[in-house]
Design a protein around this ligand. Sequence first.
Ligand code: UDP
Ligand code: MN
Length: 646
Amino acid sequence: MRLLVGAVRRRMLCLWLMLLGFSLVTLALLELFNHDRDQSRDKPIPPQRPFPQISSSPDLEVIVDSQDPAIEFAADLAPLKSLQEDQLLFVSSKQGTNQAPHMKGSYRVLLLGANKDIRATAPPTHDGLEEEALRIQMEVMEKDMELSAVQKYGFNEVISEKISMHRRMPEARHPECLKQRYEVLPSASVVICFHDEAWSTLLRTVHSVLDTAPKQYLHEVLLLDDLSEHGHLKSVLGEYVSHLDGVRLIRSTKRLGVAGCRALGAARAAGEVLVFMDSHCECQRGWLEPLLQRVAQDRTRAVSPVLDVIDWQTLQYNATQWPVRGVFDWRLDFHWESNLLLQEKDPSSAVEAVRSPALGGEVLAIHRHFFQRVGAYDQGMLLWGEEQIELSIRVWSCGGSMEVVPCSRVAHLVRHHPPYSFPDQELLQRNKIRIADTWMNEYRKIFYRRDTLAYFIRQSESPDVTDRLQLKRNLGCKNFRWYLTTVYPQLYIPEDRPALSGELYNVGTSSCANYPHRQGLQGGAMNIAPCSGTGSQHCDLNSESEVRWGPMGALCFDTTGERVVLSPCPTKRPTTSRMRWNYIKMSSQLIHQQSQLCLEAVLEEDIQEISQGDASSHTGGLFLRPCTHHPRQQWHFDQLVAPQDA
Ligand code: UDP
Ligand code: MN
């Protein structure tokens, strides 16, 4: 009996304990729920300034706004030392307050792990030899850091970190520019998109805009984070920017690419003129006013400053020689071209804007309404590249114009390599295909012959450009023939006759006529190399008897002595007799008209015998020789793309 009572008691106790446990869990859950609700009520209120709303994807972005427009401390803000993502930043000012951070010394960098500042941690030494050894060791480590920085960013970020956020560019404008006066100008929104930009270059870009743009013309600086991954671009940047007057940070939650990111910036901007700027630029004094003036005078003008160059190794500033204009070739690659002919014009040309067939994307000013009316950026463009060529052809063809303004100068860091890898290796080709299919009409064949990768991609997939073709119709845009004849008449239009154009294949050596790229656009000696099959060795024997080389078609087969070289093609017709060639189909010989000698591929070892140790000639080359029927004098123009295709 006792045993029975004991068992019942134990069971009752268990039941009570279970009930108690259940109520405690319920209470805890209720508490948690209420706490969450309270917290969501206490969430910070979003920025108060009314922003124009973008119609699609309202959840696309996060905005960090500068907190108090009345505080003006941008100019003398302590240059915050650049941060690596594995460094911790301690900000002494409280987050979310309207207070400016204390000036100098208010930021402290805490170093973690590998990137430790070795100077700070080096043990004290008393011995001179040890010091010397340490100095050498430090130099080696510094070099290592520089190398890894170059690998990561495409430029020497270690040096960049040491340069002031407010460095001044040397004066490179023509003295006449300094005399220019500007009336009332429209306001500008500077739109800076970035993806994993280095801290030093990004902030130097922002400060240089704030330091140089007159307040009355600078409506805002919009920083758009295109889904960066580097740690220093996260909360630290938000905190820093929140203290900069007139600077807003917008974060995209999707990777948009250059075209998409800039279009988002444009939709958010409220200034009259949009100034798109790369995230590694430094502005010259007085750069903004001349751009705004040209756009104010004609709203359909898109304009660019002269782009000076910041060296990727030394971060040194190099002034670009005026005049320059933007062009592209038949592979749809963009170049800044120094057009020497312009220099002979009257002295006023030093301050006058130059019409430009295309503009690079580094810095571009365009009226906000015109930009939207003409179709913003092509949203089908993938991540990076080509968007500036598409915009250029569209602006010109659809009623606008483009020019480079000499009294405006902005320096752009030209990197050694892009700092991001692309998931799609054929991304550039895909963007080029969009341009070819939207804008080039029958001329796209010329492009496809010079970019065979694009051609083969196009064979298996076609881009959806329906919207862009509709836009072109709606805007009544002119065709590519008009663009070539009116805007860019200097671009040689290849004839590409069957059997007289393509890779120039040599029977005797089973290789192709080649031009080493490093010799540049001005020309130089030709050689022979394995046939690339990419279209990069394409040439064209035209009805003027010139053999035109390369994507621009601006270099011609020429001779110096018995060597065959490339020289800039004559602009006058008929062409000089030294550059005329005949192709004899029967014997496959290419004969130089003036000398009646034959083109021959000469191998490296033969050249060494001829030149007896002349080091400059130690590569296979193309020479003129008395005609024989040797296979090395036999040539075929191999067309890689069938003429009826593309
Ligand atoms: N960029 C971006 N998203 C991307 C790729 C680039 O916002 O997916 C930014 C980049 O940080 C830079 C600008 O777009 O500010 C132009 O890119 P980049 O400087 O690499 O072009 P480049 O000057 O080398 O032609
Ligand atoms: Mn750039």
